[in-house]
Design a protein around this ligand. Structure first.
Ligand code: ATP
Ligand code: MG
Length: 471
């Protein structure tokens, strides 16, 4: 940059020219004093000498001027250029002029400022990047509003949850970005009261209702000045769902426990009130009480079994097990019920099939499935048990010709206490935990359980267990 240097040089040249021209004119006035009859050629020679002298003075003066300007003004042009660059944000620029002591000091000072600015700017960029990473990787939706209520920060989770483009929301007020009305109201309250607020809200999205735990707080700057507010929304849909399951479970357990207890209490009261005197009634009532207490015991055992499975303390001991032996033992256990209903169990299986599994748990699975097949079928029907090896799995299926299950009921069938026909299941003495236990045991063996059914035709449950499971 040669800003001052060129300017001063041009101005000096102009001033010097004017001065020399004036000097020339003044000196020219003295020529006639040398005598009237001075030869014109001599006068001409004087003029030539005068002009030559003036031009020479001009050239010498300009040369000296250039040297002086180069020494004192040019460095300032360089420093000005460097400072201009720094002001524009180019912190990499440096001064290089160390001709004199003053220049040396100035160069050092400017370079130190530039270095500091460069360091600060790198630090700011790093902090900005950290903040951006933090804001975008935070697991909750985050929104920040400035003092006027306009959006000035939106993170990725918010964009994904609300399916909105953050860029488009920038600068819009909290009332124009389509937040649920209760959240808008709470934001307004935070703006008015400048106090922290936490509340729960719901948003209807394309994939369903999303439950949110919202935290809103004013943002206070370092000097205590108010910068706006921040809103953090945490998705608690899963938690709300689990809480609902827990509530349902408690309600179901209470109900299931209450029924037999009420019955036992009622009949024992009647016995105490005098029914005990009649031997026939006494026997009837005691039989009912015995049946109900059995049901209660069964329910408590099932509940304990299920809770130990869900707590993770449930361990299966895998040993080589012959699937045929498991099936045969299970059939023996349910044989009495089969005979009572004059039913028949058909078997289709290879001679021997060894897998690594927990023998007793497998028997439990088979007994549960066979009991269901018997309980939910008419008399004189056939239950078919088949075992076959498919790829790396052994598939055990239990097919009945019973009442069947409606397709809409199938997805909830393996839930605890879920029963298609409550009255009928209770009549058959069931607790509604059988299939939940089956599923847990199958999964503990890294296997699966599936069901196919047609109302009025029958149902088939299939258990698939891996054959090459390691010990
Ligand atoms: N083979 C089947 N045919 C028709 N419905 C069935 C069959 N197996 C199960 N179900 C339905 O699924 C429900 C849940 O079965 P699950 O075995 O879990 O409970 P349960 O039989 O009622 O009681 P338990 O816990 O004593 O077995 C049953 O109540 C019944 O409505
Ligand atoms: Mg059952």
């Amino acid at each position: 940059m040669k800003y001052y240097y060129t300017k001063i040089l041009t101005v000096s040249a102009v001033i010097l020219s004017i001065l020399l021209i004036v000097l020339g004119i003044i000196l020219g006035q003295f020529f006639h004093l040398f005598g009237k009859n001075v030869d014109a050629t001599i006068q001409q020679t004087y003029w030539v000498y005068l002009l030559f002298t003036l031009v020479l003075v001009f050239v010498v003066m300009m040369f000296v001027m250039t040297k002086i300007l180069q020494q004192y003004v040019q460095p300032f042009d360089h420093f000005t250029g460097v400072v201009h660059q720094l002001a524009r944000g180019n912190y990499l620029v440096r001064a290089h002029n160390e001709d004199s002591k003053i220049n040396h000091q100035l160069t050092n000072s400017i370079n130190q400022v530039a270095q500091k600015l460069q360091g600060n700017s790198a630090l700011r960029a790093m902090e900005q990047e950290r903040l951006n990473t933090l804001v975008s990787s935070i697991g909750s939706s985050l929104l920040m509003f400035g003092r006027q209520g306009a959006v000035n920060l939106v993170n990725r989770v918010f964009e994904e949850t609300f399916q909105r483009n953050g860029e488009e929301l920038m600068g819009k007020t909290f009332k124009d970005i389509g937040l649920p009305s209760d959240i808008e109201k709470e934001i307004e309250t935070i703006f008015l009261t400048e106090e922290v607020r936490t509340f729960q809200s719901q948003v209807v999205l394309t994939e369903g209702v999303c439950h949110l735990d919202v935290y809103g707080a004013p943002v206070i700057g370092e000097n205590g000045n108010w910068l706006g507010i921040v809103i953090i929304m945490h998705d608690i849909t899963e938690l709300v769902h689990l809480e609902q399951i827990r509530k349902d479970f408690v309600a179901n357990v209470s109900h299931e426990l209450k029924t037999p207890v009420t019955s036992i209490k009622g009949f024992s009261e009647m016995l105490l009130d005098g029914a005990v005197e009649d031997p026939v009634i006494r026997r009837d009532f005691l039989e009912i009480m015995y049946k109900e207490s059995n049901r209660l015991q069964l329910l408590i055992e099932d509940l304990l079994r299920l809770s130990s499975m869900e707590r993770g303390s449930f361990e299966i001991t895998r040993k080589p097990v012959d699937v045929m032996e498991v099936v045969e033992q299970s059939i023996k256990i349910v044989q009495k019920k089969v005979q009572e209903k004059e039913m028949r169990i058909d078997l289709h299986m290879p001679e021997q099939l060894i897998i690594l599994a927990d023998h007793d748990r497998l028997v439990q699975v088979m007994v549960n499935l066979l009991n269901n097949a018997i309980a939910y079928s008419q008399e004189k029907t056939i239950v078919t048990v088949s075992v076959e090896e498919i790829d790396e799995y052994v598939e055990i299926s239990v097919r009945d010709q019973g009442i069947g299950i409606m397709p809409s009921e199938l997805p909830r069938l393996f839930e605890r206490f879920y029963r298609v026909d409550r009255a009928r299941s209770r009549e058959s003495g069931g607790t509604g935990l059988g299939l939940a236990i089956v599923k847990h045991i199958a999964e503990a063996h890294h296997g699966t359980v599936t069901v196919d059914s047609e109302v009025g035709v029958g149902t088939v449950f299939r258990i698939q267990l891996p054959t090459h499971e390691q010990l």
